[in-house]
Design a protein around this ligand. Structure first.
Ligand SMILES: Nc1ncnc2c1ncn2[C@@H]1O[C@H](COP(=O)(O)OP(=O)(O)O)[C@@H](O)[C@H]1O
Ligand SMILES: [Mg+2]
Length: 402
């Protein structure tokens, strides 16, 4: 019989909160996600009492793991920000996300004192600024970069995968984290099947994709499982994929961000100690408005924008070689200049990119001598140089478009 939520809840009734109340009665439990023997949920607690809750979290995890049919359980503490309080210390604890729903991001931003104006001038300064606000790095992982866009379907995941592979070709040790927990596409783009191994029942071993270390919620949950995530759950899942995975030594971790610039993305950008962001845009104005929002969002949280990639920049007819600027090519370059961020390169709209990508055979890995791989390697070199300290920050203040 398939495992269900009520069995999980029943097992948690035997776990007492610090005040002795059965866990399901505390009101602290998030929605419980059950899929293919994996169970995820979070316990939202007051920032001041995380230490008292940590043993409860461990007991809850053990209780769920003991259920027949459960292969792994991930339980995270999500701390509510105490008024005026900083992030709580404590191992294995998700950092506070500052209240619920729509206010979360805004509050934290206000506390950090970061407006939409100029932020830190380098990835190192950004990292320092983030550390100052309680965002700690991941041991062994050098730079974490986000690949983001204001909206979906612009080729973010395709860019993230090929950029990661091109960075690998530059001799760097690379990991890929799929932060798109609502619609993970990284397993498909790498054609990775199967489940990650665990070490000691808790730490996950990343999967291998063409020599990269890869982690996605898609490895843990069946594709058909509808994903209903509540705010705290999102952070729990992300925190665990970041911090409870054996990433080992990485020079760069490429994070494929979910589309959009909403609270989830803002929170994500705050939770992950980002060294920089790569914004993907198509040339159309509409996409650029979205891209501008993306840039504004990262600036709000003091993450340097490493630059803009113009994807689907122009169309090269595979038959006749004629070039057509379907979406009005060049918009992203102009926009990059206007905003004072580096322009990283143009990727054409090409059948080969789509076919290879959707078949789990990304061009940089499978057609390394082709023109598209060369384009991605050029982009990767500019990203690496940006990370090495050359990332320019734009002086102009930009207004966040609501
Ligand atoms: N440069 C490109 N040329 C052709 N197809 C592309 C290109 N970039 C992305 N695609 C295709 O567009 C679709 C959306 O891309 P994807 O990377 O999933 O976007 P996002 O992550 O922004 O939602 C996919 O089918 C992908 O193969
Ligand atoms: Mg995607």
């Amino acid at each position: 019989m398939a495992l269900n939520k009520s069995e999980v809840l029943a097992s948690l009734a035997a776990v007492a909160s610090p005040s002795g109340e059965p866990l399901p009665r505390t009101g602290a439990l998030s929605d419980i996600v059950v899929g293919d023997g994996k169970v995820f949920f979070s316990i939202t607690v007051d920032a001041a009492s995380v230490q008292a809750w940590e043993p409860v979290r461990q007991r809850a995890e053990a209780a769920v793991k003991a259920l027949p049919g459960v292969t792994s359980a991930m339980v995270a503490l999500t701390a509510e920000r105490a008024a005026g309080g900083g992030p709580p210390p404590g191992a294995g604890v998700a950092r506070p996300q500052g209240g619920r729903g729509g206010q979360a991001g805004a509050k934290v931003v206000a506390q950090s004192g970061a407006g939409p104006g100029p932020g830190p001038t380098s990835p190192a300064a950004a990292a320092a600024a983030q550390r100052a606000h309680g965002v700690t790095g991941i041991p062994g992982v050098g730079a974490i970069i986000a690949v983001a866009s204001g909206k979906g379907g612009v080729g973010k995941s395709t860019t993230a995968v090929n950029l990661a592979l091109a960075l690998r070709d530059l001799g760097l040790r690379i990991g890929v984290l799929d932060a798109n927990i609502y619609g993970p596409s990284i397993p498909k783009l790498f054609a990775i099947k199967g489940r990650p191994q665990t070490i000691g029942g808790t730490r996950l071993v990343p999967m291998d994709g063409y020599g990269l270390k890869v982690m996605s919620i898609g490895f843990l949950i069946e594709e058909e499982t509808p994903m209903i995530w509540r705010g705290p759950m999102v952070m729990s899942a992300l925190t665990q994929m970041l911090r409870e995975v054996e990433w080992g030594k990485l020079d760069v971790m490429v994070v494929d961000m979910p589309p959009g610039t909403g609270d989830a993305q803002l929170t994500m950008a705050q939770q992950v100690p980002l060294a920089g962001a790569v914004i993907v845009s198509t040339p159309q104005d509409l996409a650029l408005i979205d891209a501008r929002r993306g840039i504004a969002m990262f600036r709000r949280v003091n993450v340097p924008v490493l630059g803009i990639v113009e994807n689907m920049s122009y169309f090269l007819c595979p038959q006749c070689g004629t070039r057509t600027d379907i979406f009005g090519h060049g918009g992203a370059r102009r926009e990059a200049e206007r905003l004072g961020v580096p322009f990283l390169g143009e990727v054409p709209l090409h059948m080969e990119i789509r076919e290879k990508s959707d078949a789990g055979l990304p061009v940089v890995a499978t057609v390394p001598d082709g023109p598209h791989a060369a384009i991605y390697r050029g982009i990767a070199a500019r990203v690496r140089d940006g990370l090495a300290g050359g990332a320019r920050r734009a002086a102009p203040r930009i207004v966040i478009e609501a």
